[in-house]
Design a protein around this ligand. Structure first.
Ligand SMILES: Cc1cc2nc3c(=O)[nH]c(=O)nc-3n(C[C@H](O)[C@H](O)[C@H](O)COP(=O)(O)OP(=O)(O)OC[C@H]3O[C@@H](n4cnc5c(N)ncnc54)[C@H](O)[C@@H]3O)c2cc1C
Length: 216
């Protein structure tokens, strides 16, 4: 890749920005016509692996429901939000109405989907927008599932029902700047003393707006 250079007053060459830095802004409507508000998201017209035959009627129904919602509600607006580096919070109730948050968790107001049904639902979200699927996955598969697997009965009853309806949003704090996969080396520790104090520098998706933080 070409690198633009400029000369300093003393004659030394200073590497500036890569050439693409000076290019005109990308015309999103030309590069990604399927992602523009004016267009229709391309239909899902192929089934190379004949997946349809492997899905139960319930799994096909959830896929259809999620697909329709994502194509209608998310596809037309998402490019605009990507360009602004913002998240469309107003669609959270629509995602909640799909009844996919909580995925395979049974009871506590959760949908209790099959593993395949839950995976298909998130795949349909990701087909239209990867950031929406990360939002759902962190909320559902990381935070909610941790509560379901490791939480007390009181915690499950308190948190899972509203999280399942996306009336509340959850985030999940494992990764720290110095440690990711190596969970045993994390520096963030809970301290008891009337309340819980989390110290350290956890970074996690959804954390800037979440109502519930699940710390590992
Ligand atoms: C879409 C997405 C969403 C995420 N959301 C969250 C979130 O909400 N909250 C959160 O806490 N985290 C989240 N994570 C995880 C987090 O961002 C880090 O990616 C993850 O913890 C890995 O840490 P790291 O990037 O520092 O990689 P590292 O841990 O530094 O790993 C780098 C590479 O080294 C390899 N490696 C690590 N340890 C070993 C070992 N012992 N032996 C061999 N190989 C090894 C890994 O496989 C990897 O390839 C998310 C990740 C993704 C992709």
């Amino acid at each position: 890749m070409a690198i633009n250079s400029s000369k300093n007053p003393d004659g030394s060459v200073q590497n500036a920005m890569p050439s693409y830095f000076y290019s005109p802004p990308l015309d999103v409507s030309a590069a990604f016509p399927q992602a523009t508000p004016a267009s229709t998201f391309p239909p899902c017209a192929s089934d190379y692996f004949q997946l349809d035959n492997l899905l139960t009627a319930e799994e096909q129904a959830i896929r259809k429901k999620v697909r329709e919602c994502m194509e209608k509600e998310i596809a037309p607006i998402m490019t605009e939000y990507w360009e602004k580096a913002k998240f469309p919070f107003h669609v959270i109730p629509k995602l909640g109405a799909l009844r996919i948050a909580g995925g395979t968790i049974k009871d506590y107001g959760c949908p209790g989907l099959s593993i395949t049904g839950s995976a298909i639902a998130v795949a349909e979200v990701a087909r239209v927008d990867a950031s929406c699927s990360t939002f759902i996955l962190v909320h559902s598969s990381l935070a909610m599932l941790t509560i379901a697997l490791c939480g007390s009965e009181a915690q499950k009853q308190k948190y899972l029902p509203s999280l399942a309806q996306l009336q509340a949003v959850a985030c999940w704090a494992l990764t720290e700047p110095d440690y990711g996969s190596d969970a045993s080396a994390l520096k963030t520790l809970p301290q008891s003393g009337g309340s819980w104090i989390l110290e350290g520098k956890a970074v996690d998706r959804n954390s800037t707006f979440a109502d519930v933080l699940v710390s590992c």
